[in-house]
Design a protein around this ligand. Structure first.
Ligand SMILES: NC(=O)c1ccc[n+]([C@@H]2O[C@H](COP(=O)([O-])OP(=O)(O)OC[C@H]3O[C@@H](n4cnc5c(N)ncnc54)[C@H](O)[C@@H]3O)[C@@H](O)[C@H]2O)c1
Length: 435
């Protein structure tokens, strides 16, 4: 990478470098000769570096290749393409080939494993950003590698890379999970939400609309689009125009953008509104995860309460149930109808709630964790800040039940037991601690 940057910094016509003026002609001739020799060596050196780092090389450096942007001309290569094809190879009859964006993420890892296990072709894409501890993403990547899923390291905004991936594999489906998650971080880094959740989504849809055949797309929206709604349970027909965070606003924008691409280009699009997903390999920025860490460390944990001592509750949904919903959405997705960037007929456009339909007060979540960890939590009751969180979430899932056969089956006690077992195992019974 650094060598490639170096290439960019050197002018293509070295002769344009001006020698400092000198009164001594002899010296000038000598310098010209020295200059020629110098640039010849630089040139030969660069050729050597170029071939040494070429993807077909068996050098360990080649494993780094997916990190480079396709904007540099030598991206890819036969070994890289072979890895992509092997990962995306469909092994079951009627299997599908799926590009999973955000594959090194919490939900992306679980979905990728489930697809691969049933014989579908799966290729991951992730930029491994450091919103939370990237070593956890690397550990998930290692898990996926053992399952036969390769993750290309790149950004969903890299159109050249995405096109190249579709050139190599004509994916039938895209499971788009890459996003900037988390509601509070939006006050710190609003640009990251626009970059991934808006610009990135548009880029993914631009590529999907232009390839032939167009894939069907299933993507992650969020329960946060219900914002300040007070009518429960939340139904897909309810209003979603009162977001309480920039994160929610970008997910809502995503749903409108999806409508546009469906309407103009005939892309088949299914948005899934996940409700507080938890489980093994989860996200360290989520309450159940950092409560576990802080209870084990003996640190106090904030328990929010709404105005007038109102209870804050979440419709916690176990990750395996979410995975079932994602796979059912992929399996029931109809084909996109466009080709060559043009719509040929109406295409499917859907939105589903994927929740558990049994909200649990956050204080009950803490009690379950106390029992599982056998440690008393130091609770610090605080007023719910107005920085993105809502008082409660509760999903009406009748639409997903009817059309996807979605039926969540894991209660919070059972799911947290699995999470805690994983946590203690992963972080070495609390000896190594989550960041
Ligand atoms: N976990 C939940 O409770 C929950 C709830 C509602 C919605 N969602 C949505 O579900 C999806 C998955 O969430 P998660 O919990 O697995 O989050 P996650 O942060 O663990 O996974 C997202 C992954 O996307 C990657 N990514 C982000 N921006 C990218 C970009 N520009 N290019 C390439 N990769 C990029 C990240 O590196 C990360 O690995 C997200 O769209 C999220 O908004 C999650």
């Amino acid at each position: 990478m650094s060598q490639m940057k170096h290439i960019d910094n050197i002018p293509s016509t070295p002769g344009k470098f001006k020698m400092e003026k000198s009164p001594y002609n002899r010296l000038r001739v000598h310098f010209s000769f020295a200059k020629l020799t110098f640039w010849s060596f630089v040139f030969l050196g660069l050729i050597f570096v170029f071939f040494y780092r070429s993807p077909s090389s068996s050098s360990p450096v080649s494993s780094d290749l997916s990190r480079r942007s396709l904007r540099t001309s030598s991206y890819g290569g036969p070994a890289w393409e072979k890895r992509i094809k092997a990962s995306a190879k469909v092994r079951s009859r009627n299997g599908i080939s799926v590009l999973v964006t955000g594959a090194a993420g919490f939900v992306g890892t679980h979905v990728s494993v489930a697809l691969k296990r049933r014989g579908d072709g799966v290729l991951g894409l992730d930029n491994f950003n450091d919103y939370y501890d990237p070593s956890l993403k690397r550990a998930r990547q290692a898990l996926l590698e053992r399952t036969g899923v390769y993750i290309v390291e790149g950004d969903i905004n890299d159109a050249t890379l995405l096109k190249k991936l579709f050139d190599i594999v004509p994916f039938t489906h895209v499971m788009h999970l890459a996003a900037q998650a988390g509601v509070r971080y939006a006050m710190e880094n609003p640009g990251s939400y626009v970059h991934s959740n808006i610009a990135g989504l548009v880029n993914v849809l631009e590529i999907c609309k232009s390839v032939n055949p167009q894939p069907a797309i299933v993507w992650a929206s969020s329960s946060s689009v219900y914002g300040l709604n007070t009518k429960v349970p939340f139904s897909e027909r309810d209003r979603t125009d009162q977001p309480a965070s920039l994160y929610a606003a970008t997910k809502k924008a995503g749903e409108e953008i999806a409508h546009t691409y469906n309407h103009i280009y005939g892309l088949s699009l299914t948005g899934l509104r996940f409700f507080t997903v938890y489980g093994p390999w989860g996200r360290p920025d989520m309450a159940y995860f950092f409560f576990t860490r802080d209870i084990l460390k003996g640190k106090s944990i904030p328990i929010f309460e709404a105005a007038n001592h109102g209870t804050v509750a979440r419709d916690f949904t176990y990750v395996d149930d979410i995975v079932k919903g994602c796979l059912a959405a992929l399996d029931t997705a109809e084909k996109s109808t466009g080709s060559g960037g043009k719509k040929k007929g109406p295409a499917q456009l859907r939105v589903f709630n994927l929740g558990n339909t049994s909200p649990v007060p956050v204080s009950d979540l803490v009690s379950i964790l106390e029992r599982l960890l056998k440690v008393k939590a130091k609770r610090l009751v605080m007023k719910l800040p107005r920085n993105g969180d809502v008082q409660f979430t509760h999903a009406n899932i009748s639409s997903a039940q009817r059309e996807l056969g979605y039926k969540p089956s894991t209660d919070l006690q059972t799911g947290l037991k699995k999470f805690v077992r994983w946590y203690l195992n992963y972080y070495g019974n609390g000896k190594k601690s989550a960041q």
